[in-house]
Write a protein that binds this ligand. Structure first.
Ligand code: DER
Length: 235
């Protein structure tokens, strides 16, 4: 089984929880893509009907449109039944790091409005502590004076050996711009992040910070696909 197979298995398992008539948050990334495809397929087959999708990114909006999934937004549906989305890291308490795909703000807005939030991962995403994988923990910031913001973020974590990098893209290494017209500073922790709530509060107190990629106490169900099969873990 390839990692892609595992992502698909986890995604299809999550879609078993979708009932006709639901308003569903549609996640972003390579794992969530399979869930959106599957929802589109079940609608086409008539096995699901009266679904309303709330996309978590322009990319997912395009994908859902191409599948004929009826779409709406949070202004029309302030609460959703269910969201299905991937994650970059999951700890044993179902705290997440998300946002390596750059969609963390809309994902967090939508997933915070759901009654159930199902996270779908292959087993490589499971960590003991968030930030320990050495991979990015993204922070969405306003572009204005971003260097000052990067410095402020580094000051927060200077005793835990953290690095902060502006996310760039393309061969000219232009700043990556999110769906909301913001920049992303990626934080890299040498050890793990430690007290997650304290880190979250401190990051959000910086005026130029819009949101960060730690999704604490939000997921209600974790679906992990691994070599030994697929596991459904409720909080
Ligand atoms: O960027 C995001 O938040 C994605 O959901 C990410 O966390 C998971 O993406 P993947 O399924 O492609 O690994």
């Amino acid at each position: 089984l390839t990692q892609e197979d595992l992502k698909k298995i986890a995604a299809y398992k999550a879609v078993e929880f979708v009932r006709s008539g639901m308003v569903i948050g549609l996640g972003t990334g390579s794992t969530a893509k399979h869930a959106v495809d599957r929802i589109g397929e079940l609608l086409r087959l008539g096995e699901l009907h009266d679904i309303v999708g709330i996309p978590t990114s322009k990319k997912t909006h395009e994908q859902a449109l191409s599948l004929g999934i009826p779409l709406s937004d949070l202004d029309s549906h302030p609460t959703l039944h269910l969201a299905i989305d991937g994650a970059d890291e999951v700890d044993p308490h179902l705290n997440l790091v998300k946002g390596r795909g750059g969609s963390l703000l809309r994902e967090k807005m939508i997933e915070a409005a759901c009654e159930k939030f199902i996270v779908i991962v292959d087993e490589s995403k499971r960590v003991k502590h968030l930030g320990g994988s050495g991979l990015a923990m993204p922070v969405e910031i306003v572009p204005f004076c971003w260097k000052n913001t990067a410095k402020r973020l580094l000051q927060l974590f200077n005793d835990s050996g953290c690095d902060a990098k502006l996310r760039t893209c393309g061969e000219k290494a232009e700043p990556f711009v999110t769906d909301n017209g913001n920049y992303i500073i990626d934080l890299f922790f040498e050890k793990d992040i430690g007290d997650l709530q304290a880190a979250s509060d401190a990051i959000l107190r910086i005026p130029s910070v819009v949101e960060h990629g730690m999704f604490l106490d939000m997921a209600t169900t974790l679906i992990v696909a691994g070599k030994k099969g697929v596991e459904v873990i409720n909080k």
